[in-house]
Design a binder for this molecule. Sequence first.
Ligand code: ADP
Ligand code: MG
Length: 258
Amino acid sequence: MSGLTIENLSVNVAGKEILSGVNLSVKAGEVHAVMGPNGAGKSTLSNAVMGRAGYEVTGGRVTLDGVDLLTMDTYQRAQAGLFYAMQAPTEVPGVSMHDMITAALQSAGSSASALGDTLVREASAIGFDAALLERSLNVDLSGGEKKRSETLQMSVLGPKIALVDELDSGLDVDGLRTVARRVEQLTNDGLGVLLITHFPRVLHELQADRVHVLAQGRIVKTGGPELAFELEQTGYGNYVEESPKQSSAGGFDDLFNM
Ligand code: ADP
Ligand code: MG
């Protein structure tokens, strides 16, 4: 099956079950939002799908275009067409964005000869300072610059599926709009996006085809874009069990205090 397919995925972190049977599939060109309160396991989902150490898959299947990802190392998943824009992007002292993307393209058998021009063009399109291209990757960047950095990598590497975790953290309204427009263009060219967010506001900028609520370790509700705006009004209280703080939540302001 084409696209990313997650079937009955269960994941333990530090010996505790965080995900217990997640089902989700994202086809080319689609945007699927996974929403849920802090600590629901949204980042665990993307970490496990990308194969990050410490996220132990205890059951289920994850495939990209029908090919099993779970037996692959992380770099092989990337070469297969998976990209992960992390919630808190990793800083890599001594390695520039230019170096990193050159290595990624070459190890995948692609040419990096025109990369310098491509990077400058893409940087300009999303308001990323081109001077940062030669500095250590993500080191000493602001939260917003890191999100632009991740978006730029996504644009240049051309993945099939991107896991995008909390795109709006650190970006101001204009920055979020710029970055969201670029991601939207990529989806028009066939990129499938799993957009992880606990705030609906990002969905004002990047329209989701489907919205899923992650709670109690699984997808408890799926709907269209209107579900995100319902959550904006109600918070997650209707979907979360046994948490007085959340069940009494009147709206999103409460989620800041969790
Ligand atoms: P979300 O992204 O939905 O806010 P996370 O997936 O980051 O939630 O976290 C889900 C739960 O797993 C939380 O209780 C968190 O503390 C725990 N967790 C996540 N990653 C780790 C880790 N590397 N080590 C220990 N616990 C973790
Ligand atoms: Mg998270």
